[in-house]
Write a protein of this length. Structure first.
Length: 223
C-alpha cells in the first residue's frame, strides 16, 4: 500500500470555466458545390483578387449572409448555433447572424490576434486552404495565467497559451466571441479564402452587435 492509499479516498480532476470550440466538417459533395458558389460570388465582388500583393489581404463587406450564394452556409451556421446554445443550456434560442464577410489572404499575409466585441458567438468557414495556409491560432483568454510560466514536459491544451488548430476546406468553426484568435502568415503561393461571421441574440442585435469597423469594399447590390 502506497502512502497516498493510506489517506486518499477519492481523487478527481474538475474542468471548470472551459472554453469550447465547435468544429463541423461538411461532407465533400456538399461543401464542394457550396464553395464553388462562394468563389463565384467573391470573384464577382472583386475581380482583381489575383492582383492582391504578396503579404496583402482583402475583405468584403459584412453583408454576405444576405446573398443567395450563401443560403446553404447560413443554414449550416444557424443549425450549428442552435446546437451550441443547447450544449451551453442557454434559455433563449433567438440568435441571428449580425455580420458575415470574406477574407482573402495572399502569400505572406497574416491576421493579428483579435476578438469580436458585442457578439455572443463568432465563427469561420474555410473555402480554400492549402498546406502552409491551413491553420488558425486560438489564444488563452485567461490573461492571469501568463504571470507564472513553469517549464513543461509536453505541451497540451491545458498548459499552453496558444492552440494551433489545423483546418481544411469545408470546415465550419464556431467559438465564443471573446476568444482571441489569429492567423499565421500564408506560407503557400496560393490564396487562402475564408468566410467569417458573428452571431448575437436577436434582442441585442439592433443596439450592440453591428460591426465596429467601416467597410471600404465595393459590394454587389443586394439580391
Amino acid at each position: 500500500m502506497s502512502e497516498k492509499d493510506q489517506w486518499l479516498e477519492v481523487s478527481e480532476v474538475l474542468s471548470i470555466f472551459p472554453t469550447c470550440v465547435w468544429k463541423n466538417q461538411l461532407k465533400p459533395e456538399f461543401h464542394q458545390e457550396l464553395n464553388s458558389k462562394i468563389l463565384q460570388l467573391i470573384n464577382q465582388i472583386n475581380p482583381d483578387l489575383a492582383k492582391i500583393p504578396m503579404g496583402g489581404s482583402w475583405q468584403s463587406g459584412q453583408d454576405l449572409y444576405n446573398r443567395e450564394q450563401l443560403v446553404d452556409l447560413v443554414s449550416c451556421i444557424n443549425s450549428t448555433a442552435q446546437t451550441v446554445l443547447q450544449f451551453l443550456k442557454v434559455g433563449s434560442d433567438a440568435i441571428e447572424i449580425t455580420a458575415c464577410w470574406a477574407t482573402v489572404n495572399a502569400s505572406g499575409a497574416a491576421h493579428a490576434m483579435h476578438c469580436h466585441p458585442n457578439n455572443f458567438l463568432s465563427g469561420v468557414y474555410y473555402v480554400q486552404t492549402h498546406p502552409g495556409a491551413d491553420s488558425v491560432n486560438f489564444h488563452d483568454p485567461r490573461t492571469q495565467t501568463s504571470i507564472i510560466r513553469p517549464p513543461v514536459t509536453e505541451l497540451t491544451s491545458r498548459n499552453t497559451d496558444q492552440v494551433v488548430l489545423t483546418v481544411s476546406d469545408g470546415m465550419l468553426l464556431i467559438f465564443p466571441s471573446y476568444l482571441a484568435h489569429s492567423v499565421a502568415p500564408n506560407e503557400s503561393n496560393k490564396l487562402r479564402i475564408s468566410i467569417s461571421f458573428n452571431l448575437m441574440f436577436s434582442n441585442y442585435a439592433e443596439r450592440l452587435s453591428r460591426p465596429l469597423w467601416g467597410s471600404t469594399a465595393d459590394t454587389l447590390p443586394a439580391e
